[in-house]
Design a protein around this ligand. Structure first.
Ligand code: BTN
Length: 200
């Protein structure tokens, strides 16, 4: 899968939309720093340099695949993030609906899914994933939400050893594998999502 990487970009989701005109194959984008990172509901996503993963995965479904809404993609991305955190770091993170990644009551990451739907179906889907890797001053744009970084969960030493490329590759792989299950296996995604949700 094609990968575009930037030292600095406004937002990987916005760059994804700009690049979409040039390709009809799935691809993903990473950046070391976002100057105008976007959160859900019009919020911004603080994206300090080299302190987090800023990733957009662009999925272009096969023609004639019709999906009624993007919710399943949102759930699929949440499930994928939780499983990669568990597989790589044995971190038991949880989903706060609909798609915040939480650990110990604090926000470790978030997902912003954007797509274009028409009568003919879905033409593209962008899953924008932000994960806090190192402790930073303003990781979040929400007063009441407390942020947490992976560094604070697994320790500074493990973060120094972290192979970020491998982490990103696994996130991409797992996300795509769930996206490909949406058509025929949506029950698996829905039940895993419920299983990983915070008890409320
Ligand atoms: C949230 O509000 O919880 C969602 C945050 C999503 C942030 C990611 S970082 C990569 C991608 N590019 C963006 O501008 N936003 C998403």
């Amino acid at each position: 899968m094609k990968h575009f990487h930037y030292e600095e970009i406004d937002s990987t989701n916005e760059e994804a939309k700009r690049l979409l005109g040039e390709t009809n194959e799935s691809f993903y984008i990473t950046a070391k720093h976002q100057t105008a990172g976007k959160g859900t509901r019009g919020r911004s996503w603080s994206s300090p340099k080299e302190k987090g993963i800023y990733l957009s995965i662009v999925h272009i479904p096969p023609k004639n695949d019709y999906f009624e809404n993007s919710t399943l993609y949102t759930l699929a991305s949440g499930v994928a993030c939780i499983e990669v955190l568990k597989d790589l770091f044995s971190v038991d993170a949880e989903i706060k609906p609909i798609n915040d990644i939480y650990f110990n009551g604090k926000k470790l990451g978030g997902i912003l899914v954007e797509g274009r739907f028409s009568k003919e179906g879905l033409s593209y889907l962008i899953s924008g994933i932000g994960l806090n890797i190192q402790k930073a001053e303003h990781n979040l744009d929400r007063g009441s939400v407390l942020p947490i970084s992976l560094e604070e969960i697994i320790g500074k030493e493990k973060i120094l050893d972290l192979n970020l490329d491998k982490f990103v590759s696994l996130l991409v792989e797992k996300n795509c594998s769930y996206f490909n299950k949406i058509k025929d296996n949506k029950n698996e995604i829905e039940s895993k999502w419920s299983e990983y949700c915070l008890d409320v």
